[in-house]
Design a protein around this ligand. Structure first.
Ligand code: G3P
Ligand code: CA
Length: 312
């Protein structure tokens, strides 16, 4: 019996320490989310940017998701194509006229193009001529590249816009994730999945109507009204989300926000840390990340510069 105890007790203790619940409760390892891939060094949301992010040690690679006319999820930040592709040259007539801040503009919407058409576009030259063969990746291509090497951090972009276009982004996302075996946390080794969105209703739908068991991050760009993100509001968010992703300035404007979020049980992952725009008070993006991670105590962050992420 005593020999039993000698081996059994330490084993039980080890299993307890390694259990997923405990890992979720106590997050000691700071995590690096590569924002649009290693987007400081390669064109955002291309396989080249994702590959570089993995080489630079990203824990997660972010994908902003849009949907094509034929219902395929693709990785692109904007819902229109003209900033990061040569769509105006390839499909000069395929624009919509929209009014932006009182001025009429022509815009080429992803949802007006089939995947075959999107694949004709050069998605890299806007960044650097050497990337002229880069293409807009599908979410499936991103999964195939990242799987087993890092986590996925897909963002549902503009789900309300797509719903008006007759496309349910939440359904599309869960179908792709399920097809790849990502229904539950920890389903695929080395590839955790976190779903993020600025749309509270979209995240609530995923959680409460669609039974999504993956962790959700609620993105917040402002403090949501005069009284801000109060403890009560954060507790409401905790009902559907595992964490919040605030614009980094919010943590400086409201110095108690981080501790309120933590005490509500929420992880905090601010965005976006980039060498292209470092605030004057920091010497470098590495110093800025160091401050947020180890002085303030955020859990993880989004950065365009994975190679500058300070590990301890
Ligand atoms: O998803 C976090 C951060 O990326 C949100 O901003 O506009 O870059 O998607 P955006
Ligand atoms: Ca994003």
């Amino acid at each position: 019996m005593s020999r039993y105890c000698q081996y059994l007790l330490p084993m039980l203790l080890m299993l307890l320490l390694m259990s997923p619940t405990r890992a979720a409760e106590v997050k000691t390892q700071k995590e690096l989310v590569a924002h649009r891939g290693a987007s400081a060094y390669a064109p955002e949301h291309t396989l080249e940017a994702y590959k570089l992010a993995i080489e630079q040690g990203a824990d997660f690679v972010e994908q902003d998701l849009q949907a094509s006319k034929d219902g395929i999820l693709v990785c692109l930040h904007d819902r229109t194509l003209e900033r990061t592709t040569n769509v105006e040259e390839v499909f000069p007539e395929r624009f919509r006229r929209v009014t932006v801040r009182g001025r009429e503009r022509r815009q080429w919407f992803v949802v007006d193009f089939t995947l075959a058409e999107l694949k004709q576009l050069d998605a890299g030259s806007w960044f650097d001529e050497q990337y002229s063969s880069s293409r807009i990746p599908t979410f499936q291509e991103a999964i195939d590249l990242v799987r087993g090497k890092a986590g996925l951090y897909p963002e549902l972009k503009d789900p309300e816009f797509y719903a008006r276009e007759g496309i349910r982004m939440e359904e599309l996302l869960l179908v792709v994730l399920k097809r790849n075996g990502f229904q539950e946390p920890g389903a695929i080794e080395h590839t955790p999945v976190v779903i993020q969105s600025f749309s509270k209703s979209s995240l609530r739908r995923l959680k409460f109507e669609m039974g999504c068991g993956l962790p959700l991050t609620y993105l917040v760009g402002d403090l949501e009204g005069e009284d801000g993100l109060t403890h009560a509001r954060l507790l409401e968010i905790r009902k559907f989300a595992a964490g919040i992703g605030p614009a980094k300035k919010l943590l400086l404007e409201d110095s108690e926000l981080l501790s309120r979020a933590h005490s509500a049980g929420l992880l905090v992952t601010p965005y976006t840390f980039r060498s292209a725009s470092v605030p004057e008070s920091f010497d470098s993006v590495a110093a800025e990340m160091e401050y947020f991670l180890y002085e303030l105590g955020v859990d993880s962050l989004f950065t365009d510069n994975p190679d500058q992420f300070p590990r301890r």
